[in-house]
Design a binder for this molecule. Sequence first.
Ligand SMILES: Cc1ncc(COP(=O)(O)O)c(C=O)c1O
Length: 403
Amino acid sequence: MADPSDRPAYGFGTRAIHAASTPAPVDQIPQSIPIYQSATFSASDSAELGDILSDRERGFAYARIDNPTAHAMATVVAGLEGAEAGFAMGSGMAAIHGAVVSLVSAGDRIVSTNAVYGSTRNLFTHVLARFGVTTTFVDPTDHAAVEAALAAGARVLYLETISNPTIVVADLPALVELAHRHGTLVVVDNTFASPYLFRPLDHGADLVIESATKWLGGHSDVIAGVVSGRQELIDGVRALETDIGAIVAPFSAFLVLRGIQTLHVRMDRHSQSALTMARFLEGQDAVRAVYYPGLASHPQALVAQRLLRAGGGMLAFDLGDRRAASAFLDALRLPPRTASLGAVQTMAVHPPSTTHRQFSDAELAEAGIPPGLVRVSVGLEDAEDLIADVAAGLAAARSAVPA
Ligand SMILES: Cc1ncc(COP(=O)(O)O)c(C=O)c1O
């Protein structure tokens, strides 16, 4: 359409509306992916519009179904995961919901690991159960228990590469082999690792999820998620999301794309500082156990060495009881009182009262989450400053609990 502001025959309102919504052509290539902040996209004619909306032709018509910035984010993440395709969503939970619901129907069963993110457990036990989908929770390191659960018939085996909050490392190749032998699809939440440290699809997983809110975005300024996998499975997610509408917003996708460009540099430094902190914690009398995949003492140290590029930024440790954990957290000066992870700032939480508050006491015990557990997402601050802060926290934890 010619620039309507040039057409004096149109009234002021018509010219203002149409001129202000007609992008000028750009011949040069922008060096960051533009934020396509548009709800709709116009086709060249009405037949083409119908073809795009019906998926007979590739293109964009309505931003709830797909939009170019979301598409760019999905394509970039899928490439980094080694996937054929991806679909970018408004949150990690939207991605988990989209991935799982695209695969299950009433009467199906999910086998999930017992220590999973609290909202994931809630989604499975309280939401999907209302639609006739049941979930059995198992210890992912007990392969006989996983096999027994799969033998009873399951549509999906749902795993976290590194479990939240217990830092259990799943032996993914072995678990995928078990699942596929029973005709079960494997969906992996890779949020704690990120595709830089581990690529579940390389080991046979069917779908991989990232909460892009965490390491991919990396700066605590965006909520987003993404599912990647084979084209046919992603087509299923996309078809579902056409009617659910949980696609990522363009500005959020832009922030994730910007974050991804430094993911490799950040993850190396997060891993280095987390290892330093884990080694420091291991030598402290107030600490009963430290869980970090890069430590030789980690129960799955060999699995971690075989599968992960580095230990990552997440660690957890047991201070024995809840009073000690609270005293530790309240004495910290650097981590804010916030419950997230995967950012430039260090964040520390008491999972039973925050990220895993949805778990009953019995579920916490079954998932191996002790009452004194502290989970730390190690940021990019100077490691010496973090260690000094942790030392002050431990002193407070010691005085909170009489010897
Ligand atoms: C392992 C894991 N997966 C998924 C999520 C959900 O991500 P979001 O908050 O982006 O919905 C979280 C959130 O903390 C998480 O820790």
